[in-house]
Design a protein around this ligand. Sequence first.
Ligand code: SF4
Length: 156
Amino acid sequence: MGWQTELKEIYRELEEDLSKLAPECKARGLCCHFEDFGHVLFASSLEADYLRRKAGPPKVPIKKEVCPYLVDNLCTAREHRTLGCRVFFCQKDWLSTSQDLYETYYRRIKQLARKYPLEWRYAPLVELLREGDIEERANPSEKPYSTCHSEGAKSA
Ligand code: SF4
């Protein structure tokens, strides 16, 4: 089983846990407008690679204000979205559950990076998306994106 299959399984188990808890999401896309919402979505390099490989590179310029996979206020990468996307809900009493789930699954994803082993970096998702995937980082001349970087902050 490769790392991508294992990550998919980790996400599947997380979705199973979430379906039992059933937090409410009205799919308004507010939390994907990072700047307006006042937060930054952090992710691991492993997850950013997975997202780019499965959903394809973003089709719009990558900016720190909004996720490039958000189109018409809908996530175009829903099946492959990161841990931070999956556990974040606006529901008022959700924060501590969200943090517990995040820590549990974050540890599992980090173990996956150690197992294969894969590069591990934890940074704002938009920064990781700008850097391209593992192969592109090894061969920067093929990098298709802008190389400018934004400052980081705390994640959802
Ligand atoms: S990947 Fe999807 S859910 Fe996650 S921030 Fe981007 S648009 Fe939102």
